[in-house]
Design a protein around this ligand. Sequence first.
Ligand code: HEM
Ligand code: HEM
Length: 125
Amino acid sequence: MNISRGFLVTGSLYLLVGIGFGMHMGASGDHSMAPVHAHINLLGFTLMTVFGLAYRLIPALTDGWMGKAHFWLHQIGALALLVGLALLISGRVAEASIGPVLMVSEILVALGALIWAANVWTKTA
Ligand code: HEM
Ligand code: HEM
């Protein structure tokens, strides 16, 4: 599995979805989804593109289990967080039912970030 390509390709898809949300907000004048739009673009596109470039620039980061663990924790956590937040803010689900999903997904993203930090600490000179 190519971690760099995985992050870059999924990041580019998040950018398209994020721009779609932005254009819809601009056209409709309803900005209630701004936090979802912001995090699709930042947690999705920006962060994943930075990760994708870093794994390409520093191939040692892909050695061992940490890169793969980081990739999957970030992918699953970000997707669950963004879909959950969109459902919550659009009023499709109640906070009581989606709250635990958001909490778990935040923890997955944070755990991925912790592994990323440890990987960077140990593999970069
Ligand atoms: C064609 C592309 C885009 C359009 C039409 C668009 C449109 C918008 C709109 C209408 C808002 C709500 C503003 C408000 O209510 O104050 C917004 C907020 C935001 N956008 Fe975009 N956006 C686009 C691309 C991006 C990109 C590429 C990023 C980041 C990489 C981004 C980051 C943000 C952030 C962080 C906010 C939240 C700002 C805040 O709440 O203070 N946007 N955008
Ligand atoms: C698990 C990860 C994250 C969680 C749980 C999270 C949570 C939040 C929350 C609760 C807010 C306040 C939203 C509001 O008041 O409407 C916020 C705002 C914001 N976050 Fe995050 N965030 C995360 C990751 C990130 C990352 C990685 C970035 C940037 C690369 C980022 C950039 C921002 C910005 C620019 C705002 C202000 C824009 C706005 O109010 O919509 N966040 N975040």
